[in-house]
Write a protein that binds this ligand. Structure first.
Ligand SMILES: [Zn+2]
Length: 251
């Protein structure tokens, strides 16, 4: 498959739900065609946030394909289409890609809620994040958090909701690697594990609460998240603990 760099719009504009693009490469795979475009609004997945789903529509004849997912392959973003009786699109086609916007927005709110959780747990308890995962409307984070308890988790829920209600702006920046390394707290998100070849580091800041190296999509202000509930917590050992959250209003 010809590898063409895809302009990945989601990293600079998370609110763009559709874009016109050109088909640059196609490969037939078992589950359906894999399509590389010159640009896309699809998030390719990563950092615990699943890839987007949606539609690809061809301008010429109005045919459309379901995009079941997307993934990064080098500098390309590959769209996985469901097989259609009309066959795959063709290299050179003008298409429009449309996100399942309700799903994406729910992921953006969930992702931002997890950052707020992470920020509160770090600020108030000094606990490091070791991992996380999310679906639209719910997610989990793992912490090195020996002192976690039910009472503590209840107070964390209240604090996270108070922080979200403060209408804090969420800012995305791209920093030179050295500058990013100079921010002490970024280390907790394992920025030091990034491969040496990466020259720039994208950071996501909930102003006044949390700053992380991050590749995902987020809402622009915490008020868009609404409130969260802690839906569970588990010990994964003496030190490692898991907290599960859900958006109070997932839609
Ligand atoms: Zn994130």
């Amino acid at each position: 498959m010809t590898r063409v760099a895809t302009d990945a719009i989601c990293y600079r504009d998370a609110y763009l739900g559709a874009v016109e693009a050109r088909v640059m490469a196609i490969e037939d795979a078992e589950d359906g065609p894999l399509v590389v475009l010159d640009r896309t609004v699809f998030y390719p997945g990563g950092g615990g946030q699943p890839s987007d789903r949606g539609l690809m529509l061809r301008a010429g004849d109005g045919r459309s394909w379901t995009v079941a997912g997307a993934k990064k392959d080098g500098s390309s973003i590959v769209h996985a289409l469901e097989t259609s009786p009309d066959g795959p699109p063709t290299v050179g086609d003008r298409v429009r890609v449309d996100l399942d916007w309700a799903r994406r927005l729910s992921l953006m709110r969930t992702h931002t809620a997890l950052h707020a959780l992470c920020g509160v747990v770090w600020r108030d308890h000094g606990a490091l994040v070791t991992g996380g995962n999310m679906e639209p409307g719910s997610g989990r984070m793992d912490f090195e958090f020996e002192t976690m308890s039910g009472d503590l988790v209840e107070s964390i829920e209240a604090t996270v909701n108070a922080e979200l209600a403060m209408s804090r702006d969420v800012r995305v920046s791209v920093l030179p690697r050295d500058e990013a390394f100079a921010i002490p707290d970024l280390v907790r998100t394992k920025v030091n594990l990034l491969p040496a070849g990466i020259e720039e580091i994208r950071t996501v800041e909930i102003v006044g609460l949390d700053l992380q190296a991050d590749g995902g999509t987020h809402v622009a202000n915490t008020r868009e998240v609404g409130r969260i509930r802690v839906t569970g917590y588990e010990s994964k050992g003496r030190i490692n603990k898991r907290i599960r959250i859900a958006l109070e209003d997932p839609a």
